[in-house]
Write a protein that binds this ligand. Structure first.
Ligand code: FE
Length: 233
């Protein structure tokens, strides 16, 4: 299997390129528009054909590369069915399969950080978006976020996955690349709560400022802008 984890320093975003092997189909999860060229070069180098691009949710801290990648490769743009993006080709339901050659992902609806947040499970690993981070969890104070929904997504869905499952989040701010469900269950400070009420209490006391890019990124990601649109601004 080909599995590449790429990092955007500006937004601390992780992007994933997945394929069953050289010369085969590929998919990308959570691309950042500024790195489009880098992704395309890497795909070319590995002789991969990009057929699907997925965003885990509408991002507030960077502009997604989903639309630009689709423009340049004709790959399908995919998000969960609760997404308000106007440019999607496929909206997946909870528990629906996304397939490319020899690779299968299963969507898991994990609202809380936003109401359009989905995680994607693949064999031994799960892409958790901003629902579950390494030693943290996604904030729940905008984009129809809900700490109660987040609690259910975490405790009733993600933490119920096999303990050895590798966790690949959409961000990390401390240089960590991945974790496991077991490790997060035991050590993630946000997950050491006894009830949804306690979790909501922790989350409401975070007092975070809004992401710098929020007012630009959220509308751009709903509309699905391209590099050309960015240049013309
Ligand atoms: Fe987010």
């Amino acid at each position: 299997m080909i599995f590449k984890q790429l990092f955007d320093k500006k937004s601390s975003t992780y992007t994933y390129i997945i394929s069953s092997g050289k010369g085969r189909e590929a998919l990308i999860i959570d691309p950042v528009i500024e790195h489009t060229e880098k992704y395309l070069n890497l795909l070319k180098e590995l002789d991969l054909k990009l057929v699907k691009v997925i965003d885990t949710h509408i991002h507030a801290d960077h502009i997604s590369g989903l639309n630009e990648l689709a423009k340049q490769t004709s790959c399908s743009k995919i998000m969960g069915e609760r997404s308000t993006s106007e440019v999607l080709d496929i909206k997946v339901k909870d528990n629906e399969k996304i397939k490319i050659e020899n690779i299968e992902l299963k969507s898991i609806y994990t609202p809380g950080h936003t109401d359009c947040s989905y995680s994607f499970f693949m064999n031994d690993r799960v892409f958790t978006g901003d629902t579950l981070l390494i030693n943290g969890t996604g904030r729940t104070d905008f984009q129809n976020g809900s700490s109660y929904d987040a609690y259910d997504s975490l405790f009733k869905k993600l933490l119920k996955l096999p303990e050895k499952t590798l966790v690949y989040p959409a961000h990390d701010y401390n240089g960590k690349t991945h974790s496991t469900i077991e490790n997060e269950k035991n050590n993630n400070p946000r997950l050491q709560v006894k009830s949804a009420e306690e979790y909501a209490d922790v989350m409401s006391n975070l007092k975070l400022s809004n992401p710098k890019m929020m007012d630009i990124a959220v509308p751009a990601n709903k509309k699905g802008i391209t590099l050309q649109d960015l240049e013309n601004r």
